[in-house]
Design a protein around this ligand. Structure first.
Ligand code: MG
Length: 172
């Protein structure tokens, strides 16, 4: 019998540049540097999308949403998460819990971790308690510490839906 649970990992890095909004975990943060990328460059939602796709054996975000496709220019990255959720749903999977680490020297993420947690819980159709957001600095070394980039790692557990399970993820 196929196992009922599976696990997926996601990782992403985007460069910090001037003149772009900073959007992390679907939350807009007011500061003068944001992340560069084809879409809105939300490194957290990209890592979460990859973790979901990986758990279900569905490849990666680059396969699903190529950055050569003009449809994804400046796209709200919640689209990628929702699309990954639909693909999981079709295969009969639902997320169980999500754990995320954001690597950023600035800004201090403590005050907005709970907002990101709520947003991620909504996107994955999970209770808030099943989502965890952690933040680390780069201790002033490497590309994170020099404020050249922000990175994110995400791990998600998914399970086969049982009869009677509710699927509450938000649809686009
Ligand atoms: Mg990315």
């Amino acid at each position: 019998m196929e196992p009922r649970i599976r696990i997926g990992i996601g990782h992403d890095t985007h460069r910090l540049v001037g003149g772009r909004p900073l959007i992390l975990g679907g939350v807009r943060i007011e500061q003068d540097h944001g992340l560069s990328g084809h879409s809105d460059a939300d490194v957290v939602l990209h890592a979460v999308t990859d973790a979901l796709l990986g758990a279900a054996g569905l490849g990666d975000i680059g396969d699903a949403f190529p950055d050569t496709d003009p449809r994804w220019r400046d796209a709200d990255s919640s689209l990628f998460v929702r699309s990954a959720m639909e693909r999981l749903d079709k295969l009969g999977f639902r997320p169980v819990n999500l754990d995320v680490i954001i690597f950023a020297e600035e800004p201090k993420l403590g005050p907005i971790k709970e907002r990101m947690r709520g947003r991620l819980a909504d996107l994955l159709g999970l209770p808030r308690e099943a989502v965890n957001v952690k933040a680390k600095t780069g201790e002033s070394v490497g590309h994170i510490g020099r404020k050249e980039a922000i990175a994110c790692q995400a791990v998600v557990l998914i399970a086969r839906r049982e009869p009677g399970d509710s699927h509450t993820a938000n649809k686009p």
